[in-house]
Design a protein around this ligand. Structure first.
Ligand code: F3S
Length: 403
């Protein structure tokens, strides 16, 4: 593997022990994946933020790195934490958990990272362009960056994305290379795919079938999916499979600019979404919590929730998770307040999956997110209902899941 003179110096410790450690991680990965060289990155997205996932061992690891002088070289954003960093008390987060969570954020701040805490960094200014190399973790964000924006990243883990942020480099292999970005699976979708939940169900089905391959979608009954639909499609495929890049004919970045479909692809057709809905939807009748915003909600999605609530009171808890900047925009236009006056919450900085939800007493959750439903079922053993935003909001109002 070739290293530039500057990279060799960083690896030898010329920029201090923290950068040396970062380079060691990046170079180790480059060796494992047989990369021929490293590539500079323009941004990083770091996962491993919630105390629920990191624990004390993770916090100790980060603290030690920061104490060695770790500072990021490129704009770096953070994945969601396990709680709203400001309104955690109102949400019933245990104090001990909150204290640890705030310590983690303090360490990241010391490294020069703004506590953005969102899985949709592309909605709050971390928006790399076509062909730019980045080092992102968080599988749904990776999928969006590669597919919709046409940037280039592998599915980094939290430590490797942080190492890339501190060294400014990542190993050039996998999806950083042009030849690995072509689709060898063609997905002909012949049924209507309309709601966000429909795109989640489709993503679940395709992710299960293609694993970590690159699928190319031909949406024969849908003209042009919106950002909100593309983000859930990628998130669901990244969860049920390990898809890090997909193309949608005439829509996503590289599908618009080049020939990204391989000759003679493996073709699958989707005639209905029943399989996806059946796998993700359970049988619970009573709903404790309705969760919208996985991946984090856009302003448009928050507006839609406010519109569907239409001034009614919620019986179940309703959380709309989003980035703090998006929450601020929703506050400025009054939609966040409308949701809260109905009994719902617009929760910034957090992912429900990183929150102590069992301790908070939630047993059944309704969501319109394919990824959210998949993980609530498979990782947290919750009772889950999966359906459209309309169904979810009605469940929040009545406390019951209605057919
Ligand atoms: Fe984001 Fe958490 Fe969903 S990180 S994609 S809200 S599972």
């Amino acid at each position: 593997m070739r290293l530039t003179t500057e990279e060799q110096a960083m690896l030898a410790g010329a920029q201090g022990p923290a950068t040396k450690k970062a380079m060691e991680i990046v170079v180790a990965l480059a060796n494992i994946y047989e990369a021929e060289e490293l590539v500079p990155v323009v941004s990083a997205q770091v996962a491993g933020v919630s105390y629920g996932n990191l624990g004390d061992a993770g916090l100790g690891f980060l603290q030690e790195w920061a104490d060695q002088g770790a500072r990021v070289k490129v704009p770096t954003t953070l994945n969601p934490a396990g709680m709203d960093l400001k309104a955690w008390q109102e949400l019933g987060i245990p104090e001990e958990y909150a204290t640890r969570q705030l310590e983690i954020i303090k360490v990241y701040r010391a490294m020069g990272i703004a506590p953005s805490c969102s899985c949709t960094p592309y909605l709050i200014g971390n928006n790399p362009g076509l062909g730019q190399h980045v080092a992102w973790s968080e599988s749904s964000a990776v999928s969006y960056a590669n597919s919709v924006l046409g940037a280039r990243t592998n599915r980094e883990g939290g430590p490797s994305a942080l190492a890339a942020a501190i060294s400014g480099r990542t190993a050039k292999y996998g999806l950083h290379l042009e030849e690995n970005r072509r689709a060898r699976h063609l997905v002909e979708v012949n049924c209507p795919v309309e709601s966000v939940a429909d795109f989640g169900a489709l993503g679940y089905m395709v992710g299960q079938k293609v694993g970590d391959a690159v699928p190319y979608f031909r949406l024969n009954s849908h003209a042009k999916p919106a950002l909100e639909q593309l983000k859930v499609l990628g998130a669901a495929m990244a969860a049920s499979g390990a898809v890090a890049l997909y193309h949608v004919e005439g829509v996503t970045a590289e599908a618009r600019t080049g020939t990204v479909l391989a000759d003679d692809p493996v073709t699958m057709t989707v005639e209905h979404l029943k399989e996806g809905y059946e796998a993700l939807d359970g049988v619970a009748r009573d709903i404790d919590l309705v969760w919208i915003g996985c991946p984090h909600a856009s302003l448009k999605e928050i507006e839609k929730v406010a519109e569907l609530l239409a001034g009614r009171r919620t019986k179940a808890q309703l959380w709309v998770t989003t980035a703090r900047d998006v929450l601020n925009a929703a506050r400025a236009e009054g939609t966040a307040d409308k949701i809260e006056s109905c009994g719902g919450r617009v929760v910034a900085d957090a992912c429900l999956l990183g929150a102590p939800i069992h301790e908070m007493g939630f047993g059944s959750v309704a969501t319109n997110s394919g990824k959210g439903a998949f993980y609530l079922l498979s990782h947290l053993g919750m009772q889950v209902r999966f359906g459209s935003l309309f169904q979810c909001v009605e469940a929040a109002i009545s406390g019951r899941w209605l057919p």
